[in-house]
Design a protein around this ligand. Structure first.
Ligand code: C2E
Ligand code: CA
Ligand code: CA
Length: 712
């Protein structure tokens, strides 16, 4: 009932009087009441369609009208609602029945508070019901003192908000809530406060920009940003934002993942993947990147490859940790001998490379190489060990020598390979012919392999003569290869290839077997000398091989002599010494070949169990012309005599030399004067030829070229 109808009713009541008037008045009253009822029904129908609960109370707080939704919301106390009933009474009954859990224990105060709000509505407030629902109450006083109340069941919303709050506050990820419109921070969760070190009051209310290092970003925050902590330090973050409705306003939830550590780890990994762990120099990966980069810009540059000479010997004799330190020191020296725009990298083993941007100026490049190699030539001091090494170098220039990464590297490699073939400390630019030479060498390798398999390698024999009697006291076994296209190829050319490819193992074994088989058919006073390569000692079991050859042929051990060169003894390895002592113990002789061409021959002669010295042919050839050569030959003869070793002179081509050597007291000689190396049948036509010994298994073909250069 609204105020107007109520006033009309009052006026109608006042004008009661005589019967006629009374009848008319009664009719008028009925009409008014009907009208009022109609108005109330209409109002009721109108408020019934509203989604909120609606209630009208008169100035005394008694129910006038309420809608369907209102009864539903208060379904527990709906039985108490009656027109004229006072809200205060229904409230009291509800409190006594326990309909309002918030009131428990403080019923009077709760009631008083509730009624005070009804009398003087301020802001909407919430009310909890016994069944767990939350009702939002909003009330407004009208001019005549009556009250209109709205009720909204906000249970679902509350649950959602609580769920969100719970997730927000307990989330292990730092999270911030800020207002979408004003960008003011509304809240920061526990993880955010702890991680950033802010007290809540320090950031709540601030612009969200305070979290960012430098200028605060505008618009979308998603992605990688730098954040600043309360202590001023910065962290790398990955941000995720989500806009949402919260407490009736648009808010943005921002989660921040601290990726500082991960970024650091990534950077470390990135660094590790592109640097050599030992020297700290850029590694092959970074080197190739730089190469590709320069090539893509079409900028001219050169690559200078360096390979340390004698590094392997340092590693073998002083151990790997010394070898590592040498490499580190070498890396430092290389780095400090290049320009800032150059890049030095370690490709592996003792191989380094310098990328030098700029046009191919050969003089400038040679000067650069010289700077690096002379830095490497200075003695290295490792724990008091003075070590002298050096470096060989090869260069290729882009685009002249190639405009593609692999090709350039291959060409620089070829240049280095050619340099190493010339000896230590040599530098070569790439030349197109090097490619052809390498191809030729490859072909020779393949041909040699086939020759070994097809039995195309033959052993010839050159006589060794006892000078006093003029009798042939032995033969040296010398390899011969009759190449199908090239004819006779000297062992001086193909033995190094056999050594590089590992073919020397089976070849050496074959020569030893063949020579012993043949010699076993010769007179007992004829010896057989067989050359052994240092590689056979390093990679094979020489003692075993010798024992096998002797056993298979039945040759008496004292008739066999093994010829070795100084190169073998420079290694100073236990393995080699024990092999030499082993063969000596069998009774086999040991000759020092090419004597006089190496260095510290005297100490070697004492340290190893030699039985014979072979004076190198270079001295014998000079005998008649050079007094120096005569002096050297005399000295060697004296040495042999004092050490009790037989001395043989190689390369005797003239009768005069024979006379001279005899005079000087040389016991044996060998040379074209007495005879060249010929098949066994030439020397012993009546002796039946021995069957071919079986072939030892061949090594795998084509090992990597780096390994062949003794690089890695
Ligand atoms: P080497 O051990 O010093 O062999 C002597 C070389 O001098 C032989 O060359 C021989 O033919 C040559 N020669 C002998 N007398 C004279 C002479 O009066 N004047 C001249 N100018 N040369 C003479 P060859 O046969 O070409 O062998 C070269 C090298 O190949 C040998 O030098 C030896 O180091 C190596 N070699 C040969 N056969 C074998 C083998 O079966 N195994 C190994 N590991 N190396 C071998
Ligand atoms: Ca020899
Ligand atoms: Ca020799």
């Amino acid at each position: 009932m609204n105020a107007k109808t109520r006033a009309k009713c009052k006026r109608a009541k006042k004008s009661e009087g005589p019967v006629s008037r009374g009848l008319a008045a009664k009719a008028a009253m009925r009409r008014a009441a009907r009208k009022a009822q109609l108005a109330q029904d209409r109002l009721r129908a109108a408020i019934d369609v509203l989604p909120e609960g609606v209630v009208f109370l008169d100035p005394e707080g008694s129910y006038i009208l309420w809608n369907q939704r209102y009864s539903e919301i208060y379904r527990n106390s709906a039985d108490l609602f009656k027109v004229g009933a006072r809200l205060r009474d229904t409230l009291r009954i509800g409190v006594e029945r326990g309909d309002y859990p918030e009131a428990a224990g403080r019923e009077e105060a709760w009631m008083a508070d509730r009624l005070a709000r009804l009398a003087q509505p301020v802001a909407p407030h919430e009310q909890r019901l016994a069944d767990g629902r939350t009702i939002l109450i909003e009330e407004r006083k009208l001019a005549d003192g009556s009250t209109i109340g709205l009720r909204v069941d906000v249970t679902e919303l509350k649950k959602k908000e609580e769920g969100f709050r719970l997730l927000f506050e307990n989330n292990p990820l730092p999270m911030f809530l800020y207002d979408a419109a004003t960008r003011m921070i509304r809240d920061a969760n526990e993880a955010a406060r702890r991680h950033y070190g802010y007290e809540p009051h320090e950031i709540v209310g601030c612009d969200v920009g305070v979290l960012f290092e430098g200028a605060a970003p505008h618009g979308d925050f998603d992605g990688a940003w730098r954040h600043r902590k309360a202590d001023g330090s910065t962290i790398e973050t990955t941000l995720f934002t989500r806009e949402m409705e919260l407490d009736g306003a648009r808010a943005v939830l921002m989660a921040a993942i601290d990726v500082t550590e991960r970024r650091r780890a990534e950077q470390r990994l990135f660094h590790m993947a592109r640097h050599d762990a030992l020297t700290g120099l850029p590694n092959r990966v970074q080197f190739r990147e730089r190469l590709e980069e320069l090539l893509s810009y079409r900028r001219p540059f050169s690559i200078l490859l360096f390979d340390l000479d004698e590094f392997k010997a340092v590693n073998d004799t002083l151990g790997h940790s010394m070898g590592d330190r040498l490499l580190q020191e070498a890396a430092t020296r290389i780095s400090s001998s290049i320009r800032s725009e150059d890049m030095a990298a370690r490709l592996g083993g003792d191989e380094f490379v310098v990328i030098r941007p700029g046009a191919a100026n050969e003089n400038a490049i040679s000067a650069q190489v010289e700077r690096v190699t002379s830095a490497l030539k200075r003695p290295f001091d490792l724990d008091g060990h003075k070590i002298n090494i050096g470096a060989s170098a090869g260069a290729a220039c882009a685009p002249r020598d190639g405009d593609e990464c692999d090709l350039l590297l291959k060409h620089a490699d070829l240049a280095l390979y050619a340099a190493k073939a010339q000896g230590r400390g040599v530098f070569r630019f790439f030349e197109p012919e090097m490619d052809a030479l390498l191809q030729a060498r490859r072909k020779l390798e393949n041909d040699l392999r086939a020759a070994v398999q097809n039995g195309a390698l033959h052993v010839h024999y050159q006589p060794l003569v006892d000078l006093a009697s003029g009798r042939t006291c032995g033969f040296e076994a010398l390899l011969r290869w009759n190449h199908p296209e090239r004819g006779m190829i000297s062992p001086a050319e193909f033995v190094p290839i056999a050594e590089d490819t590992g073919l020397i193992g089976p070849i050496g074994h074959m020569v030893l077997r063949r020579a012993c088989e043949d010699a076993a058919r010769w007179p007992d006073d004829v010896k057989i000398a067989v050359n052994l390569s240092p590689v056979q000692f390093k990679h094979g079991d020489v003692l075993h091989s010798v024992v096998q050859a002797l056993a298979a042929s039945g040759l008496a051990p004292h008739r066999l002599e093994l010829e070795i060169t100084e190169a073998l003894l420079m290694e100073r390895s236990e393995k080699i010494l024990s092999a030499l002592n082993g063969v000596r113990a069998l009774g086999v002789g040991l000759s020092m070949d090419d004597f006089g061409t190496g260095y510290s021959s005297l100490s070697y002669l004492r340290a190893f169990p030699f039985t014979k010295i072979k004076i190198d042919q270079s001295f014998v050839r000079e005998l008649r012309a050079s007094a120096d050569a005569q002096a050297i030959v005399r000295a060697i003869l004296g040495l042999g005599e004092s050490l009790g070793l037989t001395v043989l002179a190689e390369g005797v081509e003239h009768a005069d030399d024979v006379t001279y050597l005899k005079l000087m007291g040389c016991q044996e000689a060998q040379g074209f004067h007495f005879g060249r190396a010929e098949p066994a049948a030439t020397w012993f036509p009546d002796v039946q030829h021995a069957p071919a010994p079986e072939l030892a298994p061949l090594p795998d073909s084509a090992p990597p070229r780096r390994a062949r250069r003794g690089g890695a």
